[in-house]
Design a binder for this molecule. Structure first.
Ligand SMILES: [Zn+2]
Ligand SMILES: [Zn+2]
Length: 265
C-alpha cells in the first residue's frame, strides 16, 4: 500500500465506498432504460453528457448528509458551517449540483465554498461522491451505447463518465482491462496498446516498475507521453474497489509524472 496516503484518509475513502455500495441499492436498476433506448452508439462523447442523470433529490440530500457525518468525525470545525450551507440545497439546487458535477465544473463549487467560507475542495467532494451511485448504475447498463474509450481533451477517457483513463488490471490469461475508478465501468483492451493514442509499436512503449512491487507496472508511451497504471490483481484474495485500487497506487502516478508522463497525454 502506498504511503502517500494517510491511514485516516484511506479509511475515510473505504467508508465512502461502502456507503456508495449501499446507496446504489436504492436506485432502480432499470432507471436508464428509456434514456438509453433513445441513444445510438457513440464513442466520442462520454455517455453521462448525452443524458440527464435522474437523481432523486431526497436521496441525494440524505447521502450528502451521511457524508457530512463521516467528515465531521475527521475534520474539526466543519460540521456547523457545512450544515448551514447545505440548507440552501433545494431540489432545483440539487439539479444544478448534479449538472455541474457531470460537467466537472470545479469553479462552480469553489464559488459555493467561498460564499459559505468552506474549504475550497469540500462542496465538490460531496457533490462528486453523491452522484457516483447513479454513475455506477449507468455504467452497469451502458454496454449497448458505448464502445471502448472516448477521446477527451488530450487523451482517452471513460466512455461512461469521462474520467481520464489511468488504471488497468491484468485478468485471466493476461488480458488488460481498463477500470474507471469513478463509475466502475471497465472494458478490455489490447495489452500492448497505448491506452491514450493507440500506439502499438513496442519500441516506443515501455514499462516503469517499482522495486518490491511485482504486480504493478506503469505502461508509458514515448509517442504521446501518456501512462496507465496496470496492476496484476490475479493473486489478490479480494479485489479492491477500483477507487481504492486507484488510491493505493497513487505513488505510481507520482512516479509516472516525475518521469514526465501524463494521464492525459
Ligand atoms: Zn467512468
Ligand atoms: Zn500513446
Amino acid at each position: 500500500m502506498s504511503n502517500y496516503v494517510s491511514p485516516e484518509y484511506r479509511e475515510l475513502q473505504e467508508k465512502i465506498v461502502q456507503l456508495q455500495t449501499q446507496w446504489q441499492e436504492s436506485i432502480e436498476p432499470g432507471i436508464y432504460e428509456h434514456a438509453l433506448e433513445a441513444l445510438s452508439v457513440n464513442n466520442r462523447i462520454p455517455l453521462v453528457m448525452r443524458l440527464t442523470l435522474p437523481v432523486d433529490s431526497k436521496l441525494y440530500l440524505a447521502w450528502v448528509g451521511q457524508l457530512v457525518d463521516l467528515l465531521a468525525d475527521s475534520i474539526q470545525g466543519i460540521e456547523s458551517p457545512l450544515r448551514q450551507a447545505l440548507k440552501s440545497l433545494d431540489a432545483a439546487m440539487v439539479e444544478e449540483w448534479v449538472a455541474e458535477t457531470v460537467a466537472m465544473n470545479t469553479y462552480y463549487f469553489e464559488k459555493f465554498a467561498a460564499k459559505y467560507q468552506l474549504p475550497e475542495w469540500l462542496p465538490h467532494f460531496l457533490a462528486e461522491h453523491a452522484i457516483r451511485p447513479y454513475l455506477r448504475v449507468l455504467a452497469q447498463n451502458c454496454e449497448s451505447v458505448v464502445q471502448g474509450s472516448v477521446q477527451a481533451e488530450g487523451g482517452q477517457a471513460c466512455p461512461c463518465c469521462g474520467e481520464p483513463v489511468r488504471l488497468g488490471q491484468i485478468v485471466d490469461k493476461g488480458e488488460k482491462v481498463l477500470h474507471c475508478p469513478r463509475c466502475e465501468y471497465n472494458w478490455r483492451e489490447n495489452r500492448l496498446k497505448c491506452s491514450h493514442c493507440g500506439n502499438e509499436d513496442f519500441e516506443t512503449m515501455h514499462f516503469l516498475t517499482v522495486e518490491g512491487e511485482e504486480t504493478a507496472k506503469i505502461h508509458v508511451c514515448e509517442k504521446c507521453g501518456g501512462y496507465v497504471k496496470v496492476i496484476d490483481t490475479r493473486q489478490y484474495l479480494a479485489k479492491p474497489a477500483p477507487a481504492l485500487l486507484d488510491l493505493d497506487t497513487v505513488h505510481l502516478d507520482f512516479i509516472a509524472q516525475q518521469n514526465g508522463y501524463s494521464p492525459i497525454s
